[in-house]
Write a protein that binds this ligand. Structure first.
Ligand code: FES
Length: 177
């Protein structure tokens, strides 16, 4: 059994509470269950987490550590060792465009292209002023409201290029085009 220090238990309680309202955590939990919460499924689980969220943030790594009953240091270690994992981007704001099938057929690549053009960055990058990081995900569990984009952790439904540009404008304080 994994014994956690008190502060870490409090932290994981907060993470689980936050996760309860976000469908992506549920999908990830089902994925881990399908792998019987096995320790050796850690890399697959982190891949799935990155597909769902676009990047691996602290809460997500703690969530995985909790469910696989692995020490957080092990999960962080693996997430930081492999170059194909992206840790939380350094931008003040993050924008994750879903490019899963349902979103893609409804035009999410156009939303991505509009953001790239407006910000001058490609997916996986952060603007030079560290304002905005752009990432992509593969199905965030919101297919019914495709195309979906996650702005600072909040899933937004049926996003058009204009909606995304309006958000960028709100973040930067000036027109994105
Ligand atoms: S494909 Fe985008 S939410 Fe499922």
């Amino acid at each position: 059994m994994l014994i956690r220090p008190k502060t870490q238990s409090r932290r994981i309680d907060g993470v689980l509470e936050h996760a309860s309202g976000d469908k992506r955590f549920k999908i990830l939990e089902v994925f881990m269950k399908r792998h019987q919460f096995r320790h050796d499924a850690l890399i697959e689980v982190l891949h799935k987490a990155q597909e769902l969220f676009g990047y691996l943030e602290d809460d997500l790594l703690l969530f995985v550590s909790h469910h696989l009953k692995l020490p957080p240091s092990r999960v962080y270690g693996v997430a930081t060792f492999y170059h194909f994992f992206t840790l939380k981007p350094k931008g003040e704001h993050t924008c994750v465009v879903c490019l899963g099938t349902a979103c893609y057929v409804k035009g999410s690549s156009k939303v991505q292209a509009a953001i790239e053009e407006a910000t001058g960055i490609s997916s996986g990058e952060t603007t030079p002023d560290n304002r905005i990081s752009l990432l992509t995900a593969r199905c965030i569990g919101a297919c019914g409201v495709a195309p979906a984009v996650v702005y600072d952790g909040q899933v937004a439904a049926k996003q058009s290029a204009a909606d995304a540009l309006a958000k960028i404008k709100q973040w930067t304080g000036h027109d994105a085009d």
